[in-house]
Design a protein around this ligand. Structure first.
Ligand code: ZN
Length: 387
């Protein structure tokens, strides 16, 4: 069943139910400022079109009349979200509310674009064997434009690769590619901790430091998104040197390779990330010292974001998110140090750092492209541009 509301107003109603449903008709009319009769007509059309359904929830009575909430049919649509890493491709199948229903992974032997596209299409075929997939989303670290063209992705050695059109041509499904941070932030915005917030920030910790921001309900993005703008934000004048010669920048204070290097140096043996976290949690002096310095630096970065972008919430994720878990008191101290005492407390939430959360983000890029009909918008924009 395609997602094709009859007109713009029907699309607004369908999206409202997708993002905030189930909703009773009266509540929906109030939220969208629509006359009840108009909403009744639109919802009847959307039910006929198979986009909405009346839920089986117990009817709530208002003014003596039963009100049966409307909802989307979440299982009517499935999306494949692909996360590209340097050595593996992973993918999650989600339903219409981005709940993960399946997960696959394949190793990547070559980062040549054609080989990567082949691997992605293998995952698409595998997923399509078990679910009807409506669209494919791909998330990767790098600079990706609105057309899904990767202008640079150093970890793959890519420059100017038209990724989404290559995958779309090869596997025949609508395909959308985006920077992984964009995908992660959009997933939080539509279906995660950021849902219902017009202003929030997302920070990811891992091999690098990522930042995404929703301001007035829209993602802040520019041509340089994806080049790693927050990675060299100065955080500690006494911190270690980064690859570009900064002392105590975000990269040197917060990323997994640097923290693992520091603890390995301190102990004179190779220490991996999980052991570092365990040692820090157990109060080992060297690990504790590194984790606390890092936590304070993270707090300073959160304070800077809060001071400059005024988010209602800062969500932290990524595979290194447990750094924040083991150093939360230091994070809070770092925030306090750099925030005016009269300013409101910064709400910080930690989310999963699993690979699945990146795939889910990519699936939301597919889902948004599909329900907002971005392909049609893009092709008509391209036609206008060529005139
Ligand atoms: Zn740096």
């Amino acid at each position: 069943m395609p997602w094709r509301p009859a007109d713009e107003l029907a699309q607004v109603v369908a999206l409202e139910v997708l993002l905030h449903g189930p909703l009773a008709r009266a509540e929906l009319a109030r939220r969208l400022d629509l006359a009840p009769a108009t909403l009744t007509r639109i919802s009847a059309d959307l039910i006929d079109a198979g986009l909405l359904t009346e839920t089986a929830l117990p009817a709530e009575r208002r003014n003596g009349r039963p009100s049966i909430p409307l909802d989307v049919v979440t299982s009517a649509h499935h999306f494949l979200g692909v996360k590209l890493a340097g050595d593996a491709v992973s993918a999650a199948v989600t339903d219409l509310r981005a709940d993960v229903v399946d997960y696959f992974e394949l190793p990547l032997d070559s980062t040549e674009p054609a080989a990567v596209v082949e691997r992605i299409c293998e995952l698409v075929a595998r997923a399509a064997g078990e679910h009807v997939i409506d669209a494919v989303g791909i998330g990767l670290g790098g600079v990706v434009d609105d057309e899904g063209r990767v202008s640079s992705a150093p970890f793959l050695g890519w420059e100017d690769v038209p990724l989404s059109s290559m995958v779309q041509e090869r596997c025949g499904l609508p395909t959308f590619a985006a920077k992984d941070l964009t995908a992660f932030t959009e997933a939080l915005h539509w279906f995660g901790l950021g849902a219902g917030h017009a202003n929030f920030a997302a920070l990811t910790l891992g091999v690098g430091v990522g930042y995404g921001c929703i301001a007035n309900g829209r993602l802040l993005a520019g041509g340089d998104s994806g080049v790693g703008l927050v990675g060299h934000w100065p955080l500690d004048p006494l911190g270690p040197l980064c690859s570009r010669g900064h002392r105590g920048c975000a990269e040197s204070m917060l990323t997994m390779p640097y923290l693992v290097r520091d603890i390995s140096l301190a102990l004179g043996r190779e220490v991996q990330w999980p052991e570092f976290l365990t040692l820090a949690a157990d109060g080992h002096p060297a690990a504790r010292g590194i984790a606390d310095a890092s936590g304070r630096a993270l707090g300073r970065l959160i304070a800077a974001i809060a001071n400059l972008a005024a988010p209602e919430l800062v969500v932290i994720g990524g595979e290194g998110v447990d750094l924040a878990r083991v150093s939360m008191p230091a994070v809070e101290e770092g925030i306090r140090e750099h925030r005016d005492p009269r300013a409101a407390d910064v709400r910080v939430e930690l989310t999963s750092g699993s690979n699945e959360s990146w795939c889910r983000g990519a699936a939301v890029i597919a889902l948004q492209g599909y329900v907002l009909d971005r392909r049609r918008v893009r092709s008509s924009a391209a036609r206008t541009g060529s005139r």
